[in-house]
Design a protein. Structure first.
Lengths: 204, 218
């Protein structure tokens, strides 16, 4: 399952942020997305996940293949850890959540309400959700925020296992995860301001 | 889809969900009306159908701003939009869950509150029938309003202003059914209009709600 992006331009709030972006993500590979704050990494991930349309360009192989993890984890504080995971599993039509609990060491917390978890534990639960989606392409937006070093290792192991099973991942992060993935620096693709055209000239 | 419905119902019955807020409001309004308009039973039985309908409508309105806002705040709306469920079914399920937790309790409570307002005996069945037909439209229209205002800080006021005019046809015909039923008149015409409005909103508005939600999630 290959994700192929050709000559993509995207906008945030109507303002173009990235342009001329082309890359492909093969099965079994990880792509580390880097770039300064505000460059449009989140916007790129949201566009690929299908939450907003691109300005121009093609995205191939994304339909119904992507599991997206945003800055927020989408957890319900009054449901328990298991209930939260079970809900997402049944939305995505999968059943087994045990491997997700194991991968992020959530077994001890299984019956706790998500509202009583610490920030790092919530994040682990949010990442465990990726495992129950059963989708091959992971889009992760700053996945390691509020994780301790041990949990970052857990996360890197989960990504490695996912890649080993023929999945792929696009990860926006500022830290070194120890994954052997290519780095995609979107800095040079920053959208340039549009030059004045006749319409602007007439207006001015 | 069933999972989403079950989750929403479960969330509604857990602490801090605001379940019962609409029901409590309905109770308070109908209990206070006799104090404000006076205890003449003839006057009360004249206004009872209208007051009960208005109370149910406002009670419905109270809980709308949490309908999609909570899912938007914790990010699960984004995640649901990228899930295999079409957004049309997500908003339909949301509206159904809202009706089951808000509309249906109001329908069930209305006859008991009718006693407090001296509702004439033939009016009880018509009140329940009209509310049963009308409240689904209120949930569906409310979901549309919630989809329009999702992502706005303090969108509750705007939501009420947008939704109230859309509630007016349902209110007119619903209250008319209850009023005519209570006075022993023919109810067929307003009943058909009420059912027609509900059928049209249930058929059309989920598509509109899903479309505005897609735009609002960008």
């Amino acid at each position: 399952m290959t994700l192929k992006v050709t000559d993509l331009a995207i906008a945030r709030g109507g303002v173009p942020v990235l342009e001329g972006l082309s890359f492909s993500l093969e099965a079994g590979n990880a792509l580390i997305l880097r770039g300064p704050n505000g460059i449009g990494k989140t916007t790129l991930l949201r566009t690929l996940a299908g939450l907003q349309p691109p300005l121009v360009g093609q995205i191939e192989g994304a339909e119904d293949q992507i599991a997206y993890a945003s800055h927020s984890d989408g957890l319900k504080p009054t449901l328990t850890v298991v209930e939260n995971l079970n809900f997402w599993a049944s939305v995505f039509g999968t059943r087994d959540i045990q491997h997700a609990l194991d991968a992020f060491a959530l077994n001890e917390l299984a019956d706790r309400h998500a509202g009583n978890l610490s920030a790092g534990q919530k994040r682990r639960l949010g990442l465990a959700r990726m495992l129950v989606t059963g989708r091959p392409i992971w889009m992760l937006d700053e996945p390691t925020v509020s994780l301790d070093r041990h949990a970052v290792e857990m996360f890197a192991d989960a990504v490695r296992a996912h890649l080993g099973q023929g999945g792929s991942a696009l990860i926006a992060t500022h830290i070194d995860l120890g994954l052997d993935g290519e780095v995609l620096d979107v800095g040079p693709n920053k959208a340039k301001p549009k030059p004045f055209d006749d319409f602007d000239g007439g207006f001015l | 889809m069933i999972a989403l419905l079950l989750r929403d119902l479960k969330l509604a019955f857990r602490a801090g969900s605001g379940f019962g807020l609409g029901l409590a409001f309905f109770l308070i309004v109908t209990v206070l009306v006799p104090f404000s308009v006076g205890p003449q039973s003839s006057l009360l039985s004249t206004i009872a159908p209208g007051v009960l309908w208005l109370g149910a409508l406002l009670a419905c309105l109270l809980s709308l701003d949490r309908l999609l806002a909570l899912d938007w705040e914790d990010g699960s709306l984004d995640l649901l939009a990228t899930a295999p469920l079409p957004l049309e079914s997500v908003v339909t399920i949301k509206a159904l869950a809202h009706w089951l937790t808000t509309g249906l309790p109001l329908v069930l409570a209305a006859p008991f509150l009718g006693v407090l307002l001296n509702l004439p005996v033939p009016g009880f069945s018509w009140l329940v029938i009209s509310l049963l037909l009308g409240t689904p439209a209120m949930s569906v229209i409310g979901t549309f309003g919630a989809a329009l205002t999702v992502g706005l800080k303090r969108g509750g006021l705007l939501l009420s202003l947008l939704v109230l005019p859309l509630y007016v046809p349902t209110l007119i015909f619903g209250a008319e059914v209850a009023r005519r039923g209570a006075t022993g008149m023919e109810t067929q015409t307003p009943l058909l209009m009420l059912a027609g409005i509900t059928a049209a909103t249930v058929a059309l508005l989920p598509f509109a709600s899903a479309a505005v939600l897609r735009i609002n999630l960008r």
